[in-house]
Design a protein around this ligand. Structure first.
Ligand code: AMP
Ligand code: ZN
Length: 468
C-alpha cells in the first residue's frame, strides 16, 4: 500500500512503526457552526483510508480532535450571549450527528482542546527550557530560527516568507523576534475564557493543541497525520516544529492532505460564505450520495460541487443498489439452491474485480478507480446472474458487491425494514405535530412521505400507509 507523502513529495510504501498497528491523527473542525461539506471531505476520505487499512488487517488507532477554544467560538458566544462551552458543546453534538449520517466511524478518541490544557502548558514549558520558545509580556512564541528543520513540510523558501511578512511588524506583533515566530500561549482579553499558566492567564495557540493531543493519545512518533491541504502551512509545519523540538524524535512518518472541495471553482469556506452545510445537503439527498460524490474523485484532486454532479452520483449509487436488490430477488426466487460447476468457475473469474479494487486503493487510495472496479462487478452481476442462476451464486455475487462497497463506507443494500422504520418514525412525528396543532409541519411530513412514494390514509383505526 502506497501513500503520497507531502513531507517527501513522493508516493511511498506504507510501513507502520509497529507491525499491524496504525496510529493516525486527523485535524478536526473548529466547532462554532454546523460543518460544511468542505469540512466533510477530510472526514470522508480519511475515514475511508481507515476502513481500508482495517480491511487489510491493521488495527487503526484513529484520533481526531475538536478545536473548542478559538476566536470564532468566542465571537459566536458573544453574539448569542451564551458561554463558549455552550457553543462548542452544541456543535460537537451536531457534528457527531452529521458524521454518523455520512457513515463516518467515530474516532477511537475525539479529544477536545479545552480538556488538554495541562499537557499544552507542559510542552510549552519544555520548549522554553530548551530555548525553542520565549515569553514576552505573557505571550509565548516559538522561535522558528532555532529550528533548523523549519519549513521541511511545506517546502517553503523561508527567506521569501520572512521578507513577505515584514508588515507583521506593524500589526501589533512587534514583540516577536522574527516574523515567522508563532504563538504558543496568549494572554486573555476581557470576557475571554482563560486558564492559569506560568506566563499569564490566557489560552493556548491553535497549533500546540494538535501536537499535545497527538502525543497523549498516540505517542511521540505516529504513522499518519492528515488534514486538508490548507493546513500544510502554517498549521502542520508548526506542529512538526513544536513536537520534534520538544520530543526530539520524528513526529509523523506520513503526511496526507486532501485537496479542496470547490464551488464555482473557489474553495468552499465559511469566510467566503459560499458553503453548504452537510445538514442542508441531507434535506435533498441521502448522505450516502454525498459520500459517493466525495469518493468519485481522487482525494488529492480538487473536486467541484454542483447539483448536476450530485445527481449523477445519486444515479450511480442507485445503479449499485438496484443490482443488489435484483440479486436478492434472484436468490430468494431461485429454483436451484446449490452452486453449479459453471457458476463456481464464474466466481473464480469474479475475483479479478476485488483485485482491481485493491490495486486502486493500494495506489494512494484511488477511490475513483476502486469505484470503477465496483461498476465492472455490477456489470458482471447484471450479465451473469439470471433467472436460471442458483440461489448460492446470486447470493455470493451480491455479497461481493456489498463487501467492496462496505470498505468504502457505502451501503449497497438498503434494508426494507429500515425504510419501514423511517416511515413509522415520520408518521409518529406527524401525529405529534397534529396533536400540537402544527398543521403546516404535519402537511410537510405528508408531502415528504409522498416524495418517498408513500401514501398516508387517516382511518378510524389510526394512520395507515401504502406504497404508491
Ligand atoms: P476548519 O474547521 O476550518 O479548521 O477545517 C476542518 C478541516 O476541514 C480541515 O482539515 C480543513 O483543511 C478541512 N477543510 C475546510 N474547508 C475545506 C474545503 N473546502 N475542502 C476540503 N477540505 C476543507
Ligand atoms: Zn491540527
Amino acid at each position: 500500500m502506497k501513500f503520497y507523502n507531502t513531507l517527501t513529495r513522493t508516493k511511498q510504501e506504507f510501513v507502520p512503526v509497529k507491525e499491524g498497528v496504525v496510529s493516525m491523527y486527523v485535524c478536526g473542525p473548529t466547532v462554532y457552526n454546523l460543518i460544511h461539506i468542505g469540512n466533510a471531505r477530510p472526514m470522508i476520505v480519511f475515514d475511508t483510508a481507515r476502513r481500508y487499512m482495517e480491511y487489510k488487517g491493521y488495527k487503526v488507532n484513529y484520533v481526531s480532535n475538536f478545536t473548542d477554544v478559538d476566536d470564532k467560538i468566542i465571537n459566536k458566544a458573544n453574539e448569542e450571549g451564551v458561554s463558549s462551552e455552550e457553543i462548542s458543546a452544541r456543535y460537537i453534538k451536531e457534528c457527531r450527528k452529521d458524521m454518523a449520517a455520512m457513515n463516518v466511524k467515530p474516532a477511537t478518541v475525539h479529544p477536545q482542546a479545552t480538556q488538554e490544557i495541562d499537557g499544552m502548558i507542559h510542552m510549552i514549558q519544555k520548549l522554553i527550557d530548551k530555548g525553542y520558545a520565549y515569553n514576552v509580556n505573557g505571550t509565548v512564541y516559538f522561535r522558528t530560527r532555532k529550528d533548523e528543520q523549519y519549513g521541511k513540510l511545506s517546502h517553503k523558501n523561508l527567506d521569501d516568507l520572512r521578507s513577505g511578512n515584514r508588515e507583521l511588524k506593524v500589526t501589533g506583533e512587534e514583540q516577536k523576534e522574527d516574523p515567522l515566530d508563532f504563538v504558543l500561549w496568549k494572554p486573555k482579553k476581557p470576557g475571554e475564557p482563560y486558564w492559569d499558566s506560568p506566563w499569564s492567564q490566557g489560552r493556548p495557540g491553535w497549533h500546540i493543541e494538535c501536537s499535545v493531543m497527538s502525543k497523549r493519545y498516540l505517542g511521540e512518533t505516529i504513522d499518519i497525520h492528515a488534514g486538508g491541504e490548507d493546513l500544510v502551512f502554517p498549521h502542520h509545519e508548526n506542529e512538526i516544529a513544536q513536537s520534534e523540538c520538544s520530543n526530539g524524535v520524528p513526529f509523523a512518518n506520513y503526511w496526507l492532505h486532501n485537496a479542496f472541495l470547490n464551488i464555482d471553482n473557489r474553495k468552499m469556506s465559511k469566510s467566503l460564505g459560499n458553503f453548504k452545510t452537510v445538514r442542508e445537503i441531507s434535506e435533498h439527498y441521502d448522505l450516502q450520495v454525498l459520500r459517493f460524490f466525495m469518493l468519485s474523485a481522487h482525494y488529492r484532486s480538487p473536486l467541484n460541487f454542483s447539483a448536476d454532479i450530485m445527481d449523477s452520483a445519486k444515479n450511480s449509487l442507485e445503479r449499485i443498489r438496484t443490482a443488489v436488490s435484483t440479486l436478492s430477488d434472484r436468490a430468494a426466487n431461485a429454483s436451484v439452491q446449490e452452486l453449479t460447476a459453471e457458476e463456481a468457475a464464474k466466481l473464480e473469474e469474479m475475483k479479478k474485480f476485488r483485485a482491481a479494487f485493491e490495486e486502486a486503493m493500494d495506489d494512494d487510495l484511488n477511490t475513483a478507480d476502486a469505484l470503477a472496479a465496483v461498476f465492472d462487478l455490477v456489470r458482471f452481476a447484471n450479465i451473469e446472474v439470471t433467472g436460471d442462476s442458483s440461489a448460492a451464486f446470486a447470493g455470493k455475487v451480491k455479497e461481493e458487491i456489498c463487501s467492496l462497497c462496505d470498505i468504502l463506507g457505502l451501503i449497497a443494500e438498503v434494508k426494507e425494514e429500515s425504510l419501514d422504520e423511517t416511515i413509522e418514525a415520520k408518521i409518529a412525528e406527524r401525529q405529534a405535530a397534529r396533536k400540537a396543532r402544527d398543521f403546516a409541519r404535519a402537511d410537510a411530513i405528508r408531502s415528504e412521505l409522498l416524495e418517498m412514494g408513500i401514501i398516508l390514509e387517516d382511518t378510524r383505526e389510526g394512520v395507515k400507509w401504502k406504497r404508491a
